[in-house]
Each structure stands twice: as C-alpha cells, then as structure tokens.
Ligand binder design. Structure first.
Ligand code: SF4
Ligand code: SF4
Ligand code: SF4
Length: 288
C-alpha cells in the first residue's frame, strides 16, 4: 500500500502521485499536448487508462467534435512508464524523486521511438522568421537565431518538410494506411477532421473528408471520435521505427500497437540478432 496516493486534475494537467517510504512517483499528463489518440490506452499493461468521449462544441454556429479526453485510474497505475515511452505526442512525463525516469526504458524492456528530423542549416535561413507557421503543433521555434524543434512531442507529420521545401527532412516513426469509405460516413459528419491534430484530413468540395496520407501519423485520434470506426474509417499501423530491444514485454506491446506483419518482422529481427550473437560468441571462443 502506498503511503500517499493522490490524483489532481486541472485544466492543463492530470497528475498522479504515489508516495512510498523512500520514493515519490509522479505521472503528469499535459492536457494541451494530449490529442486523445489512445496509443497509451492500447499499450497500458493493466488497463489503467481510458479515453472518455466529449460533447461536441459549437463554433460559429457549427458543431465541432472534440478529441477524447484521457483518464487514468490512480489505484491501478504502477508508474511503469509504458504510456510515456509510446505517446507519439510526448504528452506524458514520469518522475521518481523529482528526476525524469521512464522505468520500462531504464530497464531496457521498452525501446525509444526513432524520430529522424534533420535540419539543413544552409537552407533553413529563409524560413526562420516564419518558424511559427511551419508546424501544426507549434513545436518549432527560433532560439538565438537557430531553429529548435521539440522532438519528444513530434509525431513526424512532415508538414515542416513540405513547408520548407525540404530544408527540414523528416522520416516517420509509424508507417501505415488510412482509408475512409465516404459512402459509409453519416451525412455531414466531419468529426475525424475536427480532431486530427496534424491537418492530415481535408474536406473536399463534395462535402466528404479525404485523408492526406503523406501527413497522417496513424495516431488514431480520429478513430476515437468516428461514429463508424473500422467501417467508415480504417487506420492501420504496419511498422514502428524504434531502437533495438530484446524484451518479451515489447513483443506483447507491439502486437497490440501494430499489425501482425510488424510483430512477425520484430520476432524475425530478434531471431537473426540472437543467431548473430551466438555465432559471434562461438567465433570468439575459437580465437585462441
Ligand atoms: S498516447 Fe499521448 S496523446 Fe495519445 S491519448 Fe495517450 S497521452 Fe494523449
Ligand atoms: S514533423 Fe510535423 S509535428 Fe514534427 S516538427 Fe515537423 S511539422 Fe511539427
Ligand atoms: S488522420 Fe491520421 S494523423 Fe489525423 S487523427 Fe487520424 S490517424 Fe491521426
């Protein structure tokens, strides 16, 4: 039993505090960064996370869907850090005694995402004075004359790449596909477009929503609010770019996060690396 267990909700944050004799665990969800995508809900190994639907709001006389809101059961949460490791938007932070710690990454049970964002310093100058227009999530700023990108919160939508004509190059973390069967969408529905955090959907003149595949980060925030998920709207993750990791816990997580192909590839990769390691050991043993 923890000595102290406290959940605090404010407009901007959800904070869970668990105090033991010598350790104080904090989990902080930044509500402004959280996009209600549900990756953390999918990945949590004890079902401590749930997404709650929100009522539509009225903007300029029009109904606008709002992204789902995250809730965490403080009694179930064990501060393992899986949710922080896998949040594509960097909305979660864990600390232990005030220091940032993601337990599943410290123990090498979970990998880090591989985000590759390269800024061409010779070509970026013309874009510096409109840095605030480059990213739909406002992750790009200029400090001391240099472009700065908040990479932990970047889901790799590649808008900055297009908006700088390649002066920034981005290689996505997730690969996948998104399909909208417009004939199955309820008339006038554009809930997915309302909540997409990275402008990866557009409303065409025929009144239907169309995906812009290049910018979709396969986060599934749209799926959470779609009245016909898996029927009108289908989002599939086929691959996750991450650092190498050997654990079985990650195998289980990947099985939930992406298609079986991605899982099979991971198992093959691990087998190959095990064989390579065994051969290396054998060869080293033979070198006398
Ligand atoms: S994974 Fe991140 S952005 Fe998605 S619901 Fe969880 S905290 Fe929010
Ligand atoms: S890839 Fe997208 S989210 Fe990331 S910094 Fe560029 S524009 Fe922003
Ligand atoms: S369209 Fe793509 S990026 Fe936008 S909410 Fe849906 S899955 Fe996420």
């Amino acid at each position: 039993m923890p000595l102290r267990l406290k959940k605090t909700e404010t407009h901007n944050a959800l904070v869970i505090e668990r105090g033991l004799y010598t350790k104080r665990f904090l989990l902080i969800v930044d509500r402004e960064k959280c996009r209600g995508c549900g990756v953390c809900e999918t990945i949590c190994h004890i079902g401590a996370i749930s997404l709650v639907d929100r009522e539509k709001t009225i903007v300029d006389g029009e109904e606008v869907a709002q992204a789902s809101i995250l809730n965490i059961d403080e009694h179930l949460c064990d501060h393992c850090g899986m949710c922080e490791a896998m949040c594509p938007f960097g909305a979660i932070e864990h600390t232990v005694n005030g220091e940032p710690v993601v337990c599943v990454q410290e123990t090498e049970s979970f990998p880090h995402y591989v985000r590759e964002i390269k800024v061409n310093e010779e070509r970026i100058n013309p874009y510096l004075d409109r840095a605030d227009e480059l990213c739909p999530l406002n992750l790009i700023s200029v400090e001391d004359g240099k472009l700065v990108i908040d990479e932990k919160s970047c889901p790799c939508c590649r808008h900055c790449e297009d908006r700088t004509e390649g002066a920034i190059l981005v290689r996505p973390v997730f690969l996948g596909s998104i399909i909208i069967h417009q004939e199955k969408c309820p008339e006038g529905c554009k809930s997915c477009l309302d909540v997409c955090p990275v402008e990866a959907l557009e409303l065409s003149e025929d009144g239907n929503v169309h995906p812009l595949g290049r910018h979709c980060v396969y986060c599934e925030a749209c799926l959470q609010v779609c009245p016909k998920p898996e029927e009108a709207l289908i989002v599939t993750r086929t691959s996750v770019r991450h650092t190498p990791v050997k654990s079985g816990a990650w195998n289980k997580a990947l099985e939930k996060l992406a298609t079986s192909d991605a899982f099979d590839r991971e198992i093959r990769r691990k087998r190959t690396s095990k064989v390579a390691e065994a051969m290396k050991r054998r060869n080293m043993g033979g070198e006398k």
